[in-house]
Design a protein around this ligand. Sequence first.
Ligand code: PLP
Length: 450
Amino acid sequence: MSLQGDRTRALYQKGKQYIPYGVNSNFRYWGDDDTLVIARGEGAYIWDADENRYIDYRLGFGPIILGHNHPYVTRRVQEGLQDGTVFAWMTPREIELAERIARMCSVDKVRLSNSGTEATMHALRIARAYTGREKFIKFEGHYHGMHDYVLFSTASAQKGALGSRRSPIPQQISSGIPAHIREYVFCLPFNDFELLERTVAAHWGELAAILFEPMMGNTAGIMPAPGFLQKIRELCDQYGIVMVMDEVKTGFRIAKGGAQEYFGVRADLVTYAKALGNGFPIAAIAGKDEVMMTVHPGQVSLGGTFTGNGIGTAAALAVLDVLDNEPVIERTTANGKRMMEGIGHILTDAGIPHSLSGVPAMFGFALGTDQPPVDFRAYLDSDHGLYEDLSYALIRRGVMPDADGREPWFLSYSHSAAVIDETLNIFEDAVREVARDYKGSPKPSIDVVE
Ligand code: PLP
């Protein structure tokens, strides 16, 4: 049974005439029958074009930290628009925003951009310019955006083509990437101390950066093993490699100061995007003074027409106000805990083996296993088919997680205890439906397009 009502289907079909696959990002394509068209959002809820209401746990893939259409953010953006948007000069808002990000996130210098992709692209260039080296390490199942250098062994990779874990093969995720780009990247399983040490020891003279998500925001919220982020820090210090923490999903979400604060580890460069704007396009590359000052007009390029634009900066200033003045993180964490515990109890009662991971504002769970996966390869052994069935059962009942268990459940400040309880009631009902057919054997994994 299709997820689309009549109006959604008609709009989608029209979109398909003009937009490849009817979507502006491949991740939004769920097939011709299940790709939705969302008309509006408010707080924890979204409504599709047929006026079906969903409690939203995708939150635009993470940006919505306060709730959809947050009145204060919307008002501040409207006020900001009165002043115009871009001038090819600096604006007072950009300066205020840089100062506030520096204070909140313990970074020395900040440059603004528009998306996570732009931020990680620029961070890599800075790291290369700073070290005079060209290669970098990333981790399997970590996603850093759409530019060529990082589209290897992301969460869309297929297990069979990742090679042996002793000598992993970088798996190119898309056609259209020049073949030699692959020579610049080492892709390692996350949380493997020995392999990381061995790779750095063998190749440090070529390594500009270790680029990583501090927790696996694109693979079910898998957490770093105790000491793993510290090990990255130690190796970067020892071998003069730039430590680039990609906080596009964790920043302004898991703590006010992001993962650096949460895990107590300071990187050389940090990238932010999503929650910084609560849905408005804004991103930042930030970090230590010495590394950031590699950006030098005429020597190291970093810029763009829309960097620091009036809409994104007004939105970000409003988001930081709310983070500063209201218990956003505390409440989201408390409600997320309630949700994680509730999900755990319901799955246990239904006899479905599971393992929850992540933090309350951004968590995931693997089904068909009670062994917590520690990396992408281990996650792929869980029961994706069951996860997908459960997600569709939830969506049909008005609760919207991603159908792909690699994408975490995101919570916002608007997901009150009452919203969580409503979700858990629906979750129980949906689990009852899928548990009826559960035989305990993993089904084949679903395909993911990028
Ligand atoms: N980095 C991480 C950790 C992400 O999760 C994403 C997107 O999901 C990106 C970078 C890319 O951000 P954007 O989609 O804004 O380009």
